[in-house]
Design a protein around this ligand. Structure first.
Ligand code: GLY
Ligand code: MN
Length: 473
């Protein structure tokens, strides 16, 4: 028998949980333990916190959802723990739509549901979650995945209600209905909550800036430790570990797996094996972003000459990528299409690769939308994506709100052109092979154009060389 609510210590007899396969290594609980485990604990403090800063913003977002789905019952799941192996799970990370609409982020509970119950004039919204069990329950001392004896304090309904400014209820009181619209199951609701994040509010902008600022420190950590990175046979892993330490100590985690791609690995766009050496004379491309406790993330790439200075050919490629990025920055204005930013960068890529004799056609022919594209062999990815709670934010937005959509003040996106000449690419002279460069900054669009949120991280070839000399000398 187990009970679910907190009851005065010692008023019930507790019996041991039924043994199962997962208890094959556990000692049995003798009666003396069971008779005493629920007693002798101090009362929990009654103190309720004030509503957190993001509560008011989340309420505005919920109001927009309510208006768009009048009369419908909506369910926004936080998601569940995912098994890694046997009885170990991946760290829990709430669904971004759930975090956006509740303000509950790194500290949220797996299995929670945000439910919009239709009323005559809108919706009653309730957050359902598995409240901590009382100390008279077996969960308290015997459940290694959620028991407080094992994982530490868990929240109560009243505390979360005050913290988030939301009605709360126990997950066992939630009853699913046939007509429920569920995020990630219903296409219209999934699209709506994704598009709701296209323009950021003041809280979100501050959190992205915070994520960028902590990420900048993570990049400094890497540059400062270049000598140790070079010494290690898997220097790329040392880079990953240095960034992870910064991400975990000042944020929640990384927003995505760090790409630490040295030498020819830089030409693999999402190289996350990170098991190579970092060799003097090569470039190392680091694409990394800290996700802060609100779950907003940065997404920054810098390409660094391992020995401190660019060779002539590395510098030529690097400064061309920067020229493409600068063209993209200049193109980013309210009222233009999102894809205009990409097109501005690609024009530079086509023109320069044509001048270098790498294309079998002219730059103009390469830029032809139907018959061209030859230059894209050297930069196959897009220049920009929205950024926020997800590194690739607003991923379920319609194309005509995203790639073919109009830029508006308050949008946050990346500008990240690159040039990648694979080690075995016979279309380029040998001196280019094995060079991969990407420069990625995070941008806020304002009435006046693009503001570079990551401007404090050295960016030009000269600045990058000075950065290495300053930190790793
Ligand atoms: N930072 C990885 C990407 O944008 O795909
Ligand atoms: Mn990116």
């Amino acid at each position: 028998m187990s009970t679910t609510g907190e009851s005065p210590a010692g008023t019930e007899t507790i019996t041991a949980p039924t043994p199962s396969a997962s208890t094959n290594r556990r000692q049995p609980f003798p009666q003396g333990f069971l008779d005493t485990i629920s007693q002798g604990w101090a009362e929990r403090p009654e103190h309720l916190p004030p509503a957190r800063e993001q509560a008011a913003y989340a309420a505005q977002r919920r109001a927009a959802v309510s208006v768009a789905f009048t009369g419908k019952r909506l369910v926004v799941p936080a998601g569940d723990l995912k098994q890694r192996s046997n009885d170990t799970d991946y760290p829990f990370r709430a669904h971004s739509a759930f975090a956006h609409l509740t303000g509950w982020a790194a500290d949220s509970e797996p299995g929670s549901l945000l439910v919009f119950e239709p009323t005559a004039d809108g919706h009653d919204v309730t957050l359902y979650f598995r409240e901590r069990a009382g100390r008279t329950t077996t969960e308290f001392y015997a459940d290694a995945s959620i028991g407080e004896f094992w994982i530490g304090p868990r929240p109560a309904l009243a505390g979360v209600a005050a913290d988030l400014g939301l009605a709360t209820a126990h997950i066992d009181d939630f009853a699913a209905g046939d007509a429920d619209l569920v995020v990630d199951e219903d296409a219209d609701l999934t699209r709506f909550v994704s598009e709701l994040r296209l323009v950021k509010d003041a809280y979100e902008l501050a959190q992205v800036q915070l994520a960028v600022d902590v990420t900048a420190k993570g990049f400094d950590d890497i540059v400062a430790d270049l000598p140790r990175i070079i010494e290690h046979p898997r220097g790329e892993r040392v880079v990953e570990g240095l960034f992870h330490q910064r991400a975990r100590s000042e944020g929640n985690w990384e927003g995505y797996d760090t790409i630490a791609a040295s030498g020819p690995h830089a030409c693999y766009l999402h190289w996350t094996r990170n098991d190579g050496a970092v060799v003097p004379g090569d470039l190392i491309l680091v694409d990394a972003g800290v996700e802060v406790d609100s779950l907003y993330t940065a997404d920054i790439t810098r390409t660094i000459p391992v020995s401190g200075t660019f060779t002539d050919i590395q510098r030529k490629v690097y400064e061309t990528v920067r020229e493409a990025a600068d063209a993209a920055f200049d193109a980013a204005k309210p009222g233009v299409l999102f894809r205009t930013v990409h097109e501005a960068a690609m024009k530079v890529i086509a023109e320069r690769t044509s001048e270098w004799g790498l294309l079998p056609v002219t730059a103009q022919e390469a830029l032809d939308a139907d018959k061209g594209g030859q230059h894209r062999r050297y930069m196959v990815h897009g220049t920009s994506h929205h950024l926020g709670l997800d590194v690739h934010d607003c991923a379920q937005a319609r194309r005509d709100m995203y790639y073919d959509g109009v830029l508006e003040p308050g949008m946050v996106f990346t500008i990240e052109p690159g040039l990648y000449f694979q080690i075995d690419d016979l279309t380029v002279p040998a001196e280019y092979r094995g060079i991969g460069v990407r420069i990625e900054d995070d941008v806020l669009l304002t009435e006046d154009g693009a503001v570079n949120l990551s401007a404090a991280i050295p960016r030009t070839a000269d600045e990058v060389e000075e950065w290495i000399a300053r930190l790793s000398a």
